[in-house]
Design a binder for this molecule. Structure first.
Ligand code: ZN
Ligand code: ZN
Length: 304
């Protein structure tokens, strides 16, 4: 029972620590991403082990887990079915580790190998989706890279994956009734959690971050003297209703929404084919081939 409580409070401590590190990473301290990953992977490992303990308290120990694996390969059944068979037989897992002071525990992959067989009683769907498993594998890869000082990936990749992992963990702890993650999040990082936990909120926050980064990159690459000539506009995207339509070299209109990918807006300014002044394209008249964009001033000179 002791180990159960410790696992939960350690998992939550690590999770809160991960969120705190993510906050400092997002305010510019990029090194903090490393610690976010390390703390988050520790939290996930503990939560997965908590799940195993819902099956049997001793199943987190490698020696006990091996018994389940043996049964699975003997009977050619999956690990979860093998566990239930042993349980029905009244198998005593505690006896397996009796007398061992510090028995080895299983790893994340071992837990997932069992958990992926959990199915919903009514729909028959798997409880643990493959995306969560893939993201955990990705995280393990990054974690190993960190430990071996080869740390290479884009910040964007990391942030998106952290969001998916947090949502996966939230769902996992809910499905298996381990705890309510939202209630356990510390007050100081609750907002960060809320953004990550909501897929829409998270991708929107990312889209705004893309706007800031694109702007920074553009201005940083230009001498101060020439910055006044930079054409930077942020338009309102009518497709997704966000202020996220920004210059993009790969777009045929010259603009692309960082949230939904839309490239169109009547507000995007274009040169008048007659006088050369900039106007919103929705105000332009089309006079045919070489005069596709004629501004209101050139259409109605007497009015101006
Ligand atoms: Zn949009
Ligand atoms: Zn004109």
């Amino acid at each position: 029972m002791r180990i159960k409580l410790d696992m939960k409070s350690n998992a939550i401590d690590s999770f809160n620590e991960a969120l705190a590190k993510l906050e400092s990473a997002q305010t510019g301290d990029l090194k903090s991403y490393k610690f976010t990953i390390l703390h988050l992977s520790h939290a996930i490992e503990l939560v997965l082990k908590m799940y195993l303990q819902t099956l049997d308290e001793n199943l987190v120990f490698s020696k006990c887990y091996k018994k389940v694996k043996q049964r699975a390969s003997e009977k050619k059944i999956d690990l979860l079915a093998a566990f239930y068979e042993l349980e029905d037989d009244g198998f005593d897992f505690r006896a397996v580790i009796a007398g061992h002071d510090n028995p080895l525990t299983v790893n994340v992959s071992d837990v997932l190998a069992i958990a992926k067989n959990e199915k919903c009683g009514t729909t028959g769907n798997n409880f643990v989706d493959q995306e969560f498993i893939d993201d955990i594998d990705w995280m393990k890869g990054v974690r190993n890279a960190i430990e071996h000082f080869q740390f290479e990936f884009t910040v964007k990749e990391v942030r998106l994956c952290i969001g998916r992992l947090v949502r996966g963990l939230d769902e996992f702890s809910d499905i298996f009734s381990l705890f309510d993650l939202e209630k356990e999040v510390g007050k100081h990082c609750y907002e960060t959690f809320q953004v990550l936990a909501d897929e829409y909120e998270h991708s929107l926050a990312e889209a705004h971050m893309d706007v800031r980064e694109a702007k920074d990159a553009l201005f940083k690459g230009t001498r101060p003297k020439h910055q006044m000539f930079i054409e930077w506009n942020e338009y309102y995207c009518e497709e997704c209703n966000n202020e996220t339509l920004i210059p993009n070299d790969d777009s045929k209109t010259g603009y692309k929404c960082t949230f939904c990918g839309n490239e169109e807006s009547g507000k995007i300014e274009v040169d008048c084919d007659v006088c050369g002044l900039l106007w919103a394209n929705e105000e332009m008249s089309n006079w045919g081939e070489n005069l596709a964009h004629v501004c209101p001033r050139c259409v109605n000179p007497e009015k101006w």
